[in-house]
Design a protein around this ligand. Structure first.
Ligand code: HEC
Length: 175
């Protein structure tokens, strides 16, 4: 929303600069005269004109460039329900997509697996805090699960990765 507006603003400024340049060329009787007025005339006037054109171009390129960079990060850290993902939760999201998503439904990951329980429904019923949910998910990943729905293999992830997935799922389940 906001970044897209900024890109638009940058492009508008760039187009305005091109328009200004064409207008100058037209009104002053061709490119040669324009060139002369850019490089002749009083020093302050020349500097002001060249500076304005330089700034307009620089801004028109710099603003979209900056926005593209920051927008990329912004998307990676955004999950549904206004959840902002930490760096380790972002890794957890990738890990979730690589395995858990095949068997579980989780809206935040657009996962629609039906082998295991729907985590949006199930996880919020576990404990009342995010920390309790995270600990529970870690223990499930660690031990695996065999129940009436079927089998979930043990130790799909271990250690750091196990924590990252659990952190991610506990943060977004039900959102
Ligand atoms: C091969 C399919 C499969 C994969 C992959 C899988 N699960 Fe499961 N999962 C299941 C099944 C089946 C159950 C439910 C067993 C039952 O209750 O009968 C389950 C249960 C669960 C439960 C709830 C346990 C309970 O107490 O009911 C959680 C939480 C869970 N999985 C999280 C994950 C996470 C996180 C991942 C990724 C690391 C994952 N699962 C990967 C099949 C899978």
């Amino acid at each position: 929303m906001f970044p897209a507006d900024m890109v638009d603003a940058g492009l508008v400024i760039l187009l305005a600069a091109l328009g200004l340049l064409s207008a100058m060329i037209l009104f002053q009787g061709g490119p040669r005269r324009t060139r002369e007025s850019l490089f002749a005339g009083s020093l302050p006037a020349r500097l002001a004109l060249q500076g304005a054109i330089f700034l307009a171009f620089a801004f028109g390129l710099a603003v979209p460039a900056v926005i593209i960079v920051f927008n990329g990060e912004d998307q990676a850290a955004t999950a549904p329900g206004g959840v902002h993902l930490s760096a380790s939760e972002q890794k957890g999201r990738v890990l979730f997509a690589q395995t858990c998503a095949f068997c579980h439904t989780l809206k935040a990951s657009n996962a629609v697996g039906r082998t295991g329980p729907n985590l949006d429904v199930f996880v919020p019923t576990v404990g009342s805090t995010i920390a309790a949910r995270k600990a529970f998910i870690e223990s499930v990943i660690n031990a695996g699960f065999a129940g009436r729905y079927g089998q979930m293999p043990a130790e799909i992830y271990r250690g750091r990765e196990e924590q990252e997935v659990a952190e991610y799922v506990s943060a977004v389940a039900g959102k």
